[in-house]
Design a binder for this molecule. Structure first.
Ligand code: NAP
Length: 292
């Protein structure tokens, strides 16, 4: 039943704790070692019984692990890799869950002559919540996990990681990092950018108006505030690591916004109805794919 003998989770927030919970529930790893940089998070993980060992010693955490999963913000990767690379077991799998992949692959490529297999990955699953208390074992059910191999790994390791994600409940897609970042800019990063902008613009109102906005917040604003309450550090890192795609897709959004503004100004009923009917179809397609 166990695919791995010892899994080390580096970072135990929403994603790390969801993986740890699912590993335990489905008995996919004989032992689970949990690293977190702060004792506060480590204690939470201990209370929730997410692993078998708990440590804030990064170098030691990865010793004798055949699977190491980095589940921290992307800006922490360089420091983490500098500290763990020499301690990783020969033949181990080193993977991650970071939401952008091109700069992550570049960071991994800087590891000199690794004797372990590096397989960057991104589970397209999550919520706006953070921390070990927010995770749940079913988070990955019927979601996609994208793996972006770097050409250095052996097929056996790739198959092992694919098998793991399947067992965690996900469908697996192999993709190159560039393509991944282009697609995710459209499906995730720009929608977050727009949500942050819309919610920020409500802050510009005067205080009386602001209290009314909060009091009468309708479904529209509420849905955007959910997305815009996502972790600030994580999203800062995502925007800065997928800069060119994000700026390019934002231009398309601006074009579309200007078009809708034009049709409103000119009372173009036909065009407005046409746009809104097309967007309704997109929602139906996502529902049909069972990704809602
Ligand atoms: P989270 O709940 O905020 O947890 C972050 C974890 O990383 C915590 O254990 C934290 O430890 C640790 N950490 C933070 N800064 C660190 C640093 N400088 N050095 C070492 N450890 C550090 O975050 P998350 O939502 O699980 O996201 C983790 C990763 O998953 C990110 O790369 C994100 O892009 C990716 N991801 C997120 C989602 C999502 O919806 N949230 C979906 C897919 C992928 P302490 O608490 O001890 O500081």
């Amino acid at each position: 039943m166990n695919i791995f003998k010892k899994t080390t989770m580096i970072g135990i927030g929403l994603i790390g704790s969801s993986i740890a919970r699912a590993l335990k529930k489905k008995r996919l790893s004989k032992k689970i070692c949990i690293f977190s940089q702060t004792n506060k998070t480590l204690n939470k993980a201990r209370k929730l019984k997410l692993g078998d060992f708990y440590t804030n010693n990064l170098e030691k955490s990865v010793q004798n692990s055949d699977l190491v999963i980095i589940c921290t913000p992307i800006s922490a990767y360089k420091k983490i890799l500098n500290r763990i690379s020499k301690n990783l077991m020969q033949g181990a799998i080193l993977t991650d869950v970071g939401s952008t992949k091109s700069t992550v692959v570049d960071t991994f490529l800087k590891i000199k002559k690794p004797n372990f297999n590096i397989l960057p990955a991104h589970p397209i699953a999550g919520t706006e919540k953070s921390g070990p208390e927010s995770g749940f074992a079913e988070l990955f059910n019927n979601r996609w996990c994208v793996i972006t191999p770097m050409g250095r790994n052996d097929n056996k390791s790739l198959n092992k990681l694919k098998n793991l994600w399947n067992k965690l409940g996900s469908k697996v897609q192999i993709m190159n990092a560039t393509e991944h970042d282009k697609i995710l800019a459209i499906t995730s990063h720009v929608p977050h950018l727009i949500s942050y902008s819309i919610v920020s613009s409500t802050l510009a109102s005067n205080s009386k108006q602001k209290s009314q906005i909060i009091k009468f917040s309708a479904g529209g604003l509420r849905d955007f505030t959910r997305i815009a309450s996502s972790d600030p550090v994580m999203w800062r890192d995502i925007f800065l690591n997928n800069k060119s795609n994000l700026l390019k897709i934002t231009k398309n959004f601006e074009k579309s916004l200007n078009l809708i503004k034009k049709y409103i100004k000119t009372n173009n009923e036909k065009k407005l109805k046409e746009i809104f009917s097309n967007t309704k179809k997109i929602r139906k397609l996502i529902e049909k794919e069972k990704q809602i």
